[in-house]
Design a protein around this ligand. Structure first.
Ligand code: TEU
Length: 558
């Protein structure tokens, strides 16, 4: 636990390059655009960048459909631009983590093209092909009932090979066959190729899905993701991950971060334990709290007790967590967990406090440091995200919802486009993201919420992020300290301590839109205030704390 490593001390900033900054006016963010904005990252004080996929790709799933793992998608720039980005980041002492997609490629990838045209050739067994049956009419039926995460069957019939291929995501993202040692070699080689270029690690996309159950049996049709019990944490997953660890990460200080849909605590412990193959894992329990009866495409009720219970269980149960409220797949956290109308500043900073003072490595998603909010999507035509479009179309086709109007509130709450509207830099056209026409419209509120404006105003979400990142950097207890939760049943307050030797920090947050009062026995009367999101707070605490809506206090105990 006390073992010191750079990725425990780092605050990671996630860049979704397509929506970050466009340098050439084509409306599509690019690598030179990222380079132009590095001062923002330096000032924010982050230590590492996780860059979403920038590889050659037809962009059906915005780069998670890779057609060449060793080339840069031209709209993002060139390999020289990428080299320059790495150099400029390292000059600023900011590390770079690339996003690797080992579970599937694009159908445009040469491996797939050759696999489809030559079943007996070198690439014939690179993907998961099955013959399948025919129905009474002689039409082909899929080999099993597994579903794609994006809706519909997980199988697609390929006329050329006259067989079905598995795709757990889009039809253009065929799953690789990890049973084939040549596939494992190819992926290991691609990863080592990037490591040799000097990067600092990988975020591994849906890496817990690599192993599919023997015989590909039908899944329980009542499961939200039909088939998932046969491919989440599958039978050979530890073997594959151990191999990746051995051949790629062992003996380096590169970080291995596994993205793992449907991850439970028990598996997380095994993946990241002393003999585990990974350093960090992403689980999605806390961002599933607002699912409704129909799952992800429904909005349900959640409250602070749920959020505290979930975060606490993971804090308590896992030696080292990945901490996040946002990423490119999630809606904006201030809209989802906070109050983006009355208390945007207060609730965005309350979330920042949780993110940056719990135990684990914090991940800040671009725009989160400004308190960027969810967007408006009047019709399905305004939505770009393949996940939303496919799932919503399917719900309408199946008669589960009548039309877009009746599911619009869910889409606006949930769609991944919320995270993908362009980064808001200033109040000029298109928020300073591009001189051209952005590939996805900028959020209407950009004149009010943008980097330039955040720098002028006091207080601001941005300056709060800066001060908390700085505080975390200076305070060992916030990184390596133990964690203890207080008042677990309090419906308004989230209170915990972080302790390392005799350094003790108390975090008290009123995570509600009402005033809260409390006598906190954990708080010493001599404690001194380190940070608050309200301005007129006394240096030492009163006997009874009176906390205003979403007020945060971070104290150091004497
Ligand atoms: O996402 C995988 C994925 O299914 C989850 O992140 C999901 O959103 C989560 O379980 C919350 O419900 C990854 C990428 O992040 C995403 O952008 C890609 O579309 C997907 O894999 C396919 O590569």
């Amino acid at each position: 636990m006390r073992e010191r490593t750079w990725w425990k001390e780092a605050v990671v900033y996630q860049i979704y390059p397509k929506s970050f900054s466009d340098s050439d006016g084509d409306g599509f963010g690019d690598l030179p655009g990222v380079i132009e904005r590095l001062d923002h990252l330096e000032r924010l004080g982050v230590d590492c960048v996780w860059l979403n996929p920038v590889y050659e790709s037809p962009q059906r799933d915005n780069g998670y459909d890779v057609s060449d793992y060793r080339a840069i998608y031209p709209e993002f720039g060139t390999m020289d631009d990428w080299d320059r980005l790495l150099e400029e980041l390292h000059e600023r002492d900011i590390r770079l983590v690339m996003d690797m997609v080992p579970n599937h490629t694009s159908t445009d990838h040469e491996w797939f093209q050759r696999s489809r045209s030559d079943p007996d050739g070198e690439y014939g067994d690179y993907y998961i092909w099955r013959d399948g049956d025919t129905d009474a009419n002689g039409d082909p039926v899929p080999p099993n009932n597994w579903e794609s995460f994006f809706g519909g069957s997980a199988w697609e019939y390929d006329d050329e090979r006259e067989a079905w291929y598995l795709h757990l995501y889009d039809v253009s993202q065929p799953d690789l066959n990890w049973r084939n040692p040549a596939v494992r070699d190819a992926m290991v080689d691609a990863m080592n190729w990037w490591l040799e270029k000097g990067i600092d690690g990988f975020r591994l996309d849906v890496v817990s899905l690599l192993s599919k159950a023997e015989g590909l049996p039908d899944g329980d049709p009542n499961n939200e993701w039909v088939g998932s019990e046969h491919f989440v944490d599958g039978p050979r997953i530890f073997e594959y991950l151990d191999e990746i660890h051995e051949r790629v990460f062992a003996g380096t200080d590169a970080v291995a971060i596994g993205e793992m849909p449907n991850l439970d605590l028990e598996h997380a412990r095994r993946y990241t334990g002393p003999d585990g193959p990974l350093d960090l894992v992403f689980h999605f329990e806390h961002v599933g709290l607002d699912f409704g009866e129909r799952g992800r495409w429904d909005v349900g009720e959640w409250d602070l007790l749920d959020l505290k219970e979930t975060l606490h269980r993971w804090q308590d149960g896992l030696a080292w967590n990945s901490l996040f409220f946002e990423n490119h797949d999630q809606p904006r956290s201030v809209s989802r967990f906070g109050d983006d109308e009355r208390y945007r500043y207060e609730s965005a900073t309350a979330l920042a406090t949780i993110l940056l003072t719990l135990r684990g490595t914090p991940f800040v998603y671009q725009g989160q440091e400004l308190g960027m909010t969810n967007g408006t999507f009047e019709s399905l035509d305004d939505v770009s995200d393949v996940d939303t479009v496919r799932n919503v179309r399917e719900l309408i086709a199946d008669g589960e919802v009548e039309d877009y109007a009746s599911i619009r509130h869910v889409v606006e709450h949930r769609t991944r486009d919320n995270a993908r509207t362009p980064m808001q830099w200033d109040d000029t056209a298109h928020a300073g993201f591009t001189d051209g026409e952005p590939w996805i419209p900028v959020n209407d509120n950009y004149p009010e919420i943008n980097v330039a404006r955040e720098r002028e105003r006091t207080p601001s979400v941005l300056s709060y992020y800066e001060s908390l990142i700085d505080l975390r950097e200076r305070t060992d207890a916030l990184v390596y300290g133990g964690y203890e939760l207080h008042r677990p049943d309090d419906e308004q307050l989230f209170v915990y301590t972080r302790t390392l030797d005799d350094e003790r920090v108390v975090v008290a947050i009123n995570f509600s839109d009402r005033e809260a009062t409390a006598d906190l026995d954990v708080l010493d009367p001599e404690a001194s205030l380190l940070v608050s999101n309200y301005e007129d707070v006394t240096a030492t605490p009163a006997e009874t704390l009176e906390l205003r809506p979403y007020e945060t206090r971070v104290y150091e105990q004497p």
